[in-house]
Design a protein around this ligand. Structure first.
Ligand SMILES: [Zn+2]
Length: 71
């Protein structure tokens, strides 16, 4: 189930497949469930949470991982 592909915090790895979240199934599920604007808003909120958990993560890398794929 794609709904099992949720982030484990504070590691932000997928609880189901262990890949950095959002993994491919999670992206697919989110894109199917939300329109583009809602998806971008949702992922910005996730990114904000991830920065709160991992303030040392490289911002450019985090942006690519959370936001760039939504465009
Ligand atoms: Zn996954």
């Amino acid at each position: 189930m794609a709904t099992d592909h949720i982030p484990d915090r504070p590691s932000w790895r997928c609880r189901s497949c262990g890949n950095p979240w959002p993994c491919a199934p999670a992206r697919h599920h989110l894109a199917a469930r939300l329109d583009k604007a809602a998806l971008a808003t949702h992922m910005w909120a996730q990114l904000d949470d991830a920065f709160g958990d991992q303030p040392t993560g490289p911002p450019a890398e985090m942006f690519d991982r959370f936001i760039r794929w939504t465009h």
